[in-house]
Design a protein around this ligand. Structure first.
Ligand code: NAP
Length: 257
């Protein structure tokens, strides 16, 4: 028989991992879903399944047949497709959902920081001859392939399938310390940083390093997610689950999260 309170977390973020750990510690039945994009993901506590569901209908069927009572979309703010699928599948399966989304980074007062609507706009905003650090993941680097008049360093967890000759790939998984970010910028004489507005403390150091070194930040704006109840904190998810009748034990750390 299905567990009466069984939570599916759509994950792939550090917040999703932290939430899974918190809910497992509360004695709830938790399954985390990962897309399978990275070769060696850091796995959350609880059950884990990996790979796509097959669109909205596939996710709705997974929710129903798996006997889930609640859905948490804790995916990355730029994972627009799965977030749209979550809203659609929650409606079809009639299973309540909440989105857990990190607050966006704010432009610091006086920072050389411009916004771009998407990757194409960010590529277009680069001046000829720029030395560019891309911290946008590997999936969208091709938007910059046409800028043969600039030099690129792409920092990725896993390398993209291909990059043009002359590009430099730096592999690594954050968080990165401020001094390491400063020396990366210096080592490659970076003049421009292209970043997603991922938010969160873990990825902030590159922005602090750029803003402190006269490197222009080109910030690609977040896609607009479909309407859904949203919280920015793990405590907000716990409150919602409590409203929903789930019995989570609240720790002091989670209340402050
Ligand atoms: P996406 O474009 O929104 O999703 C594309 C497809 O991948 C979805 O339709 C779904 O396939 C599958 N998928 C995505 N997330 C999934 C999950 N958690 N579990 C199962 N299937 C999932 O997503 P994306 O931007 O490629 O991101 C993929 C994953 O990486 C997400 O879990 C996200 O949290 C994480 N991530 C993304 C970024 C980013 O910048 N985009 C950064 C860090 C981490 P089906 O339609 O077949 O179900």
């Amino acid at each position: 028989m299905a567990h009466p309170q069984s939570i599916l977390i759509l994950g792939g973020t550090s917040e999703a991992r932290a939430l899974a750990g918190r809910l497992v510690a509360s004695g709830l039945d938790v399954t985390s879903s990962l897309a399978g994009r990275t070769s060696a993901p850091v796995l959350p506590e609880g059950r884990v399944r990996i790979g796509g569901f097959g669109g909205i209908e596939g996710l709705a069927a997974y929710l129903t047949t798996g006997g889930f009572s609640h859905l948490v979309d804790a995916t990355h703010p730029y994972a627009a497709q799965i977030s749209a699928n979550a809203v659609g599948a929650s409606a079809i399966a009639k299973i309540p959902m909440i989105r857990l989304e990190r607050p966006a980074w704010e432009r610091p007062e006086g920072a050389d920081w411009i916004a771009a609507d998407d990757m194409a706009a960010a590529a277009g905003a680069l001046p000829r001859g720029a030395n560019v650090l891309l911290t946008i993941g590997r999936q969208e680097v091709s938007a910059f392939f046409g800028r043969t008049d600039c030099r690129f360093v792409a920092r990725v967890i896993d390398p993209p399938d291909r990059v043009p000759d002359g590009w430099t790939l730096v592999t690594g998984r954050g968080p990165f310390a401020l001094e390491d970010e400063m020396s990366l910028l210096e080592r490659h004489a970076i003049t421009h940083l292209v970043s997603k507005n991922s938010g969160g403390e873990q990825g902030r150091a590159k922005l602090d390093a750029a803003c402190g070194s006269g490197v222009q930040v080109i910030m690609v704006e977040r896609p607009m997610p479909p309407p859904a109840r949203t919280t920015t904190t793990i405590a907000g998810v716990l409150d919602w689950l409590a409203e929903e009748g789930c019995k989570c034990r609240r720790s002091r750390a989670a209340r402050g999260a």
